[in-house]
Write a new protein. Structure first.
Length: 374
């Protein structure tokens, strides 16, 4: 068989094999040594949702970030605002892709099942003030502040989980690696996260990955260029803020995107594995993460090298890893699930957060015989 045909045969053989689950079972609820796996059915949607858009979240340096929030209200109540006295665990996403643009929005699936949901435009993107620096500097220190803000709103019960894919997965790890990592976070669920910024993104195999990094920088820059959506809410102050935000985003192109690109491609400091790359790479401080962590990865993902490394290095009360036959965008949604006894991504996430934010999984779980060992 010619070499190209052998490669295709190996690829076909892999895609025909079951998903690799590096876990004794998806959620271990039995005693050590028991041979059991978990069959679990998510509860039906039992709540309606009210939304709040472009809610200001002020950071310690005065920079105002903007969040969209979904809050459960009793089904059929017709409520148009959060109901006083009702508090919920909260799920948080941090995105550079515009919270109003479709790549990361309030997910009604979780709200309808009793979770508040917060999506924040990271500093210098979308409707948020400041300059974007792609995981670097203030963006990392913003993470714990965002979580604490969300977890202590009147509609929140003080418990939080972090979720999201790709950039939103990386931010989960960086947030929990901060010296002031929020104790409110009880579990995280990073999907296709980067491990090492130098090896996984910028310099694959020692060569500048221009096929990815330059278009990606262009994507984030273009999404951040239009004025934030607060400009159209009819409030004159928000109109001024939205125009000001757009000007800040435009200025950041010459402060971050252009100099980083030039430096990386001309042999400057960022062309080497040094302090900048280490600062944005979760693998260097992954031992600081102390909460249950569920990692989803792809065998053909741009981050394939790093996802198993992150899993192996995690020292947490519980951890799981699923590697599927996916490229990056497929992995972001775990596109072929359910398959091989593994449920879809929403179900996995809900089960994970129900156990660690609500402690309710064992009471709602049925067990079946399995060859897995817990």
């Amino acid at each position: 068989m010619h070499a190209p045909h052998r490669r295709m045969a190996r690829l076909a053989a892999w895609t025909a094999t079951p998903l690799l689950v590096v876990a004794t079972c998806l959620l271990a609820t039995g005693p050590a040594g028991a041979r059991a796996a978990t069959t679990w059915t998510p509860e039906p949607p039992t709540w309606d949702m009210v939304t709040e858009s472009n809610v200001p979240v002020t950071m310690s340096d005065g920079t105002v970030l903007r969040a969209n929030v979904g809050i459960p209200v009793p089904k059929g109540s017709g409520a148009s605002a959060p109901v006083a006295g009702l508090q919920f665990p909260v799920l948080v996403e941090q995105t550079p892709y515009r919270k109003d643009g479709g790549l990361a929005t309030v997910d009604s699936y979780f709200v309808q099942r009793g979770y508040a949901f917060v999506v924040v435009d990271v500093r210098g993107t979308g409707s948020s003030q400041g300059s974007w620096q792609s995981f670097y500097g203030p963006e990392q220190t913003d993470g714990p502040q965002i979580v604490r803000w969300a977890a202590h709103q009147s509609w929140a019960n003080g418990k939080a989980g972090l979720l999201g894919s790709s950039y939103l997965a990386i931010n989960q790890l960086l947030t929990m690696e901060q010296p002031d990592a929020p104790s409110e976070v009880k579990a995280i669920f990073p999907v296709v996260p980067m491990s090492d910024g130098y090896r996984d993104v910028t310099y694959h195999g020692g060569n500048l990955d221009g096929a990815f990094i330059l278009p990606w920088l262009g994507l984030v820059t273009s999404l951040g260029a239009p004025p934030g959506t607060q400009t159209t809410d009819g409030n004159p102050n928000d109109l001024v803020d939205g125009v000001s935000v757009a000007a800040q985003h435009a200025a950041s192109i010459t402060q971050f995107q252009v100099p980083v690109t030039v430096d990386s491609t001309t042999g400057g400091q960022r062309a080497y594995d040094g302090p900048f790359s280490e600062a944005i790479s979760p693998i260097w401080r992954i031992k600081r993460v102390k909460v249950p962590t569920f990692v989803i990865g792809g065998e053909f993902d741009i981050f394939q090298r790093g996802e198993p490394l992150l899993y192996n290095a995690l020292d947490v009360p519980a951890k799981r890893l699923i590697l599927g036959p996916w490229i990056h965008l497929e992995g972001a949604s775990a596109s072929t699930l359910p398959a091989d006894g593994i449920p879809d991504l929403h179900t996995l996430q809900l089960q994970w957060f129900d156990q660690y934010l609500r402690g309710s999984t064992p009471a709602r779980t049925r067990r079946r015989a399995s060859s897995s060992t817990s």
